[in-house]
Ligand binder design. Sequence first.
Ligand SMILES: [Zn+2]
Length: 141
Amino acid sequence: MGHGAAFGTGGLGRALVTLHLGGCHCGRVRFEVEAPDELQVSECNCSICRLTGFLHLLVARPQFKLLRGADDLVTYTFNTGVARHLFCRVCGIKSFYVPRSHPDGYSVNARCLEAGTVRALHVQPFDGANWEQHVAELPRW
Ligand SMILES: [Zn+2]
């Protein structure tokens, strides 16, 4: 009754794909990402993620579009050099990057998504400190 129709064919409890907007703190870096409104994200304990509290939303490349800020992104690499950590050169926020686990896609920081389109956020711990033993547990597309 009432609000039921607003959920369309998805029904209650079923995630609908939507367009989320996000970016860095100063606003120079802005992107849109196509993902469910109910997000499954990973909280990683590796040497870099544990310092920033990055919440990984893994998406294939076509689901992500950088709207602006390409010239303001600085790349940081370490260890294998596969992951390309991208920071806004002005405010220092890493709102998305190219992860070692999915170099053909992106990991978007769910903390950097605008409020309003995320209906629910399910956080799953990922043992990135022991990356080789656990990488297969990450979602694939
Ligand atoms: Zn910024």
